[in-house]
Design a protein around this ligand. Sequence first.
Ligand code: IPM
Ligand code: MG
Length: 367
Amino acid sequence: MSKTLKFAVLPGDYIGPEVMEVALEVLKAATEPHGITLEYTTADVGGAGIDNHGKALPDSTLEVCKSADAILFGSVGGPKWESLPPKEQPERAALLPLRKAFSLYANVRPGLLFKELVDASPLKTERIPEGIDIVCIRELTGGIYFGQPKETKEVDGELQACDTMVYKVSEIERIAEVAAQTALARPNGKVCSVDKANVLETSVLWRKTVIEYFKKNHPDIPLSHMYVDNAAMQLARDPNQFDVLFTENMFGDILSDEMAVICGSLGMMSSASLGTGKNGHGQPFGLYEPAGGTAPDIAGQGIANPCAQILSAAMMLRYSFGLGDIATGIEQAVRKAVEDGIRTGDIAFGKESVGTKEMAAAIVERL
Ligand code: IPM
Ligand code: MG
């Protein structure tokens, strides 16, 4: 059966284009034998958007995304644009509008550390003898990021700023369903919902809604609750006590970074942001991006780790194109390459390392 995958490719800045180029090669090698054709359009985003079109998310780029079934995103930002006002900086000015435009409410970030790479984690290896295998589900279009009012104004002769944290039951329920489905797809899946229900109204509603939703729809999935401050400690103490870590936007931003760092190299961390809308394949529209940044310090040298971008492309196949088997094939090939000792510098622990292209070639060989 021939099938065409139509997606937008937004490589972004610094190492973004380098790792994107090889990720597309891996994607092609993995799909071609199944009669699948890739039909992608590349567009500027982030600093490249600012330099070439005057803003981080150019209208022309948004149009490319609108006519696609998914977005494969690289990474954006860097020293060149750091002096811009925060609102115009590449990361914020590209990602937040994209999340809003496509209602990308569900952020899925695997916290995966292969056994072979435990030395890359800042945690003591005896805490994680088998590596780490958890996943963070973060609500992405609500809470304090987008709540109104959000403003700075003068009150009684001094400046005062305010952000507003808002959650509706429907927003909590739809992300609870993503957490539940994620747990169901994992062996012994269980969900820990993280909130601050001892202080925040939004968290009280969050917890109540999550309890009722699971009771009604997923009574068999083990569900627990934890305050966010405790969750931050527990992640550092014993990450594998979690399976699906499930939380609201701001807590998820912070906890997912903590999770990324305990999982060793940012060069291995993929992510998916899923929308409410269905694409031409009857699957959720989504944006897929590596969790690490643009790494300006190593850009242009051909040494960046492409695994996160490759694993993000695999997530795109799974979630937006319903090609879970091919996605698993790519994930296994990445794992095999790492097991076989093929490593970029960030995960080589001072031993012999390979470049971006060699790493990708080793993965293709193992598909
Ligand atoms: C992330 C980033 C973004 C966020 C920034 C760049 C707006 O930190 O994707 O985690 O805070 O969500
Ligand atoms: Mg973040």
